[in-house]
Design a protein around this ligand. Structure first.
Ligand SMILES: Nc1ncnc2c1ncn2[C@@H]1O[C@H](COP(=O)(O)OP(=O)(O)O)[C@@H](O)[C@H]1O
Ligand SMILES: O=P(O)(O)O[C@H]1O[C@H](CO)[C@@H](O[C@H]2O[C@H](CO)[C@@H](O)[C@H](O)[C@H]2O)[C@H](O)[C@H]1O
Length: 422
């Protein structure tokens, strides 16, 4: 007999791959199971928090239910039943405005707690951020932003852990963390969301760089200084776990392993494999001492906001597709530099013919700014190139799954970087 839960699971099988945040877009879900449903609000509309397992991976959903949907929620529908319509509740301002209040002080299912010393208004009007990315964010009264992580992973979550630690050392260039939404999955704590101060007039670096490249030129050095300042703060915040190393053989080993995992099944990468592996091996010859530390982990122009005359780094989640243990591991800070340099290349390709001279100027300005605070990234060319190539390989895999039209950008970069190094 087909139950209502089975019917909803069937509807989610069609709906999930259409969501921007759904990670495995290149695969149709095979087994969708509702693992835990917590009613948050009864009545009309009703609100449910759901943990859903999709082919063994857990996701968080907020589901609304109404007898019928008003026009502005029509696109949010997931399942129409004789008893009402189930829909994506993050689009429902009425329900989302009551979310924090409903989750505060609960003891079962999802639990929202404020940070020590933070005073949070729980009843602000809510709207969903129109640009969905790896997660879904709600803006509350233009004062807070509540990011709901879509993938639910047991263990310490880097966005929460790093923001908390950075706040504790009084770091600049990060948004203040105000609270966390967590739950337990099989007795292990898992993060569901983070509440932070919202910067209302912020513009992200990607928009700035792609709207007016000339104007952005003055910003790149300041961005480099800001990233280096956050790196110093991260080194202070996690000092006991910093380790100095003389050689980076472990890093080289990791780049090889990551390549094997990322490139599996991607024929476009096969012709580059040998040269990529040689580039990763050149890291072994680089000489330190190097310091491995906590880093941002997925730094790009979309993760930096310009507001109130300064840069703020956001989204310390690391690469969304990687396991938490990977994302929480100590890395060389040049990893963040390399991924930002990749972003200048992406921005240079935006809107037509690539402006590679601009990308080069931005790289230099960014590195100049970084070098005012920490070591000049250009002092370790083999490491920097290997890390850029590593990110470009990740990007090829990412773009194939999410934006196939963009694959040529990282693929072109691989050819170019390998060509320049040979
Ligand atoms: N503190 C903030 N103030 C203003 N806007 C923010 C803030 N944090 C995030 N945003 C906006 O929300 C978007 C998504 O946030 P992000 O943390 O990058 O989520 P995701 O993991 O979904 O990519 C950002 O691109 C930015 O435009
Ligand atoms: O922001 P997210 O944490 O979701 O990061 C993922 O998506 C990014 C795209 O939104 C992706 O970034 C790539 O595209 C950017 C332009 O859209 C570019 O600036 C970045 O350099 C490039 O890597 C990121 O890799 C991915 O993890």
């Amino acid at each position: 007999m087909t139950t209502a839960v089975d019917t909803l699971a069937g509807a989610l099988t069609d709906w999930l791959p259409r969501q921007r945040w759904y990670a495995a877009k290149d695969r149709t879900p095979q087994a969708v199971r509702l693992e835990r449903v917590t009613p948050l609000l009864h009545g009309d509309p009703a609100l449910l928090h759901a943990l859903v397992s999709v082919d063994g991976e857990q996701y968080q959903l907020l589901l609304g239910k109404r007898p019928s949907l008003p026009d502005d929620l029509a696109d949010a529908a997931i399942l129409d039943t004789p008893h009402g319509v189930v829909y994506a509740a993050t689009h429902d301002r009425e329900l989302m405005s009551r979310l924090l209040e409903r989750l505060h002080g609960t003891s079962d299912g999802p639990v929202f707690e404020t940070e020590p010393g933070a005073r949070v208004a729980l009843d602000l009007p809510a709207r969903v951020l129109p640009v969905e990315q790896s997660n879904t964010s709600l803006i509350l009264g233009d004062r807070y932003i509540l990011k709901l992580f879509r993938r639910v992973l047991p263990g310490p979550h880097p966005d929460i852990e790093l923001h908390r630690a950075l706040h504790a050392v009084g770091a600049h260039h990060v948004a203040r963390m105000l609270g966390a939404l967590t739950t337990e999955v099989d007795g292990v704590p898992a993060a569901l969301g983070i509440l932070q101060e919202f910067l209302p007039d912020a513009q992200d670096g990607w928009t700035l760089a792609t709207t007016d490249r000339a104007a952005f030129a003055g910003e790149a050095a300041e961005l480099g200084r800001s990233v280096a300042t956050v790196h110093s703060a991260l080194a202070r915040a996690f000092q006991p776990r910093n380790i100095a190393v003389d050689d980076l053989s472990d890093t080289a080993d990791r780049l090889h392993l990551r390549f094997a995992a990322l490139a599996d099944g991607i024929p476009e990468l096969a012709p580059h494999e040998r040269a990529l592996r040689e580039a990763f091996d050149r890291v072994r010859a680089a000489r330190g001492p190097f310091t491995l530390q906590r880093v941002h982990g997925d730094l790009h122009l979309g993760q930096v906001l310009r507001a109130n005359g300064r840069w703020t780094l956001i989204d310390f989640e690391g690469e969304p597709g990687q396991p938490l243990a990977e994302r929480n591991a100590l890395r060389h800070p040049l990893q963040d530099v390399a991924t930002m340099l990749r972003s200048f290349d992406y921005a240079a390709h935006h809107g037509g013919a690539a402006d590679t001279a601009w990308a080069q100027r931005m790289r230099d300005a960014f590195c100049d700014g970084y070098a005012e605070v920490l070591d000049d990234p250009r002092g370790q060319p083999a490491l920097l190139h290997a890390l850029e190539l590593d990110k470009a390989v990740y990007e090829v895999a990412y773009e194939r799954a999410h934006r196939p039209d963009w694959v040529s950008i990282p693929l072109g970069a691989i050819t170019r970087i390998l060509g320049a190094a040979s």
